[in-house]
Design a binder for this molecule. Structure first.
Ligand code: UD1
Length: 383
């Protein structure tokens, strides 16, 4: 293939963990629909492997079967990262990609970045530049390191571009493209599963949330919130209080479920008011969130999705790497402060929740912009 016939080698697209899947689905579609199409290979590292954490999302998002599955599974950060690196290197050698494209901030994203950059293969980072400035978060380390060595960086908000420039990254490498996670949300919104179906599938009575009151949604999985009994206990306690006013649907990450059992905290909540569900599919979560009166979470993705849906969100963290969701969207940071959580909930239930507006370029076309830019950039020699 000559340069004028298009970029040489496939774009190797990496997914590993749940929040990667909804970001990659629109990118793969946009690469295929670009004229001329950009050949792509989908690599699943296997960081998330449960049916509920991985297979169900592949089906919901109509992601193709991965071309390569590295099957690394769970382990310590060091072992997981190292295993991805060991297993990804021969796959990259075999397929000679034009570039390696990573999304987000999970261990798999950094691991594949390190392998590629040391072999001189260009790295493309989608969702670059987000910073919590909290180096105790493993994701923050993954973000900072990936961005430092990436060759082309796509941002979701202007503050992310500014963060990168402050860190010495040439602005010419950065492209503000919008939010691919919102591409997925908008293209799947009409298929969102009704909450009654979701509860029935979990063996629960939909009437539990179908009173005039409606429901709230909870997700918690950050190690800083769920790995210690003296943090998780008070959080569950205040959630139990909220649930007495508004039924809550709690989609449990496997780590959180295991810790509630390990610490014996299950008794803190009334199961008829706090409905504990297994990890949900994408369409189930969309239905749960879109119809909710409020969302309580420590997830990054849910902060963005609630902003796009116009649903008030209370984030149980001290910082956010997605400040636009607070400045323009429906997000409020409440930390782990029980009083702040109570006050935030009271405000929303009184009808004074943030209305917000949808941020710039969260318009459903971010992946198309990325595909167009990536094509030109590869054609120009990826420099
Ligand atoms: C990872 C990401 C985090 C993301 C989260 C979404 C990193 C550093 N963290 O965290 O940014 O928000 O995914 O879910 O990459 N487990 C299962 N089944 C699975 C996967 C995990 O049971 O399919 C359990 C295992 O006990 C495992 C634990 O969950 O040890 C944690 O999984 P891991 O991939 O290490 O990190 P997450 O907490 O999921």
């Amino acid at each position: 293939m000559t340069k004028s016939s298009g970029p040489q080698g496939p774009v190797m697209c990496i997914v590993g963990a749940r929040p990667n899947f909804m970001k990659m689905a629109p990118i793969l579609r946009a690469l295929a629909e670009h004229q001329p199409p950009l050949p792509a290979l989908l690599v699943h590292t296997g960081q998330h492997y449960d049916a509920a954490m991985s297979d169900q999302l592949f089906a919901d998002l109509r992601l193709p079967r991965p071309d390569i599955n590295l099957e690394v599974g769970s382990a310590s950060h060091a072992v997981q990262t190292a295993e991805v690196m060991k297993r990804f290197e021969p796959a990259m050698d075999e397929h000679q990609p034009s570039c390696v494209l990573v999304v987000g901030d999970v261990n798999s994203s950094l691991a594949c970045t390190l392998v590629a950059v040391k072999k001189g293969v260009p790295v493309v980072h989608v969702e670059a530049g987000l910073r919590s400035y909290d180096r105790k978060m493993p994701e923050e380390i993954n973000r900072v390191l990936t961005d430092q060595v990436a060759d082309r960086l796509y941002t979701t908000e202007r503050s992310a571009t500014a963060n990168l420039v402050r860190e010495g990254i040439a602005e010419a490498r950065v492209c503000f493209a919008g939010n691919v996670m919102i591409d997925s949300l908008l293209s799947n919104r009409a298929q969102a599963r009704p909450v009654a179906d979701t509860l029935r599938a979990a063996g629960m009575d939909p009437a539990l949330v179908q009173g005039a009151q409606g429901w709230g949604v909870v997700t918690l999985h950050r190690p800083s919130n769920v790995d210690a009994a003296d943090t998780l206990g008070p959080l569950l306690g205040v959630l139990g209080e909220v649930a007495r006013q508004l039924p809550l649907v709690f989609a449990l990450h496997p780590r959180t479920r295991a810790n509630i059992e390990r610490f014996g905290l299950g008794g803190l909540v009334d199961p008829a008011r706090m409905l504990m569900l297994p990890p949900q599919g994408y369409l189930e979560m969309l239905g749960l969130m879109a119809g909710a009166r409020l969302v309580l979470t420590d997830s990054g993705g849910l902060q963005e999705e609630t902003t796009a849906l116009g649903v008030p969100c209370l984030t149980l963290r001290d910082n956010t790497e997605r400040p636009i969701t607070v400045e323009q969207g429906t997000n409020t940071m409440v930390g782990r402060d029980v009083q702040a959580i109570r006050a935030g909930v009271a405000e929303i239930l009184a009808g004074h929740g943030k209305q917000g507006r949808v941020p710039e370029l969260w318009d459903g076309r971010a992946a198309q912009r990325i595909a167009a830019d990536l094509y030109s950039w590869l054609l120009a020699g990826a420099r």
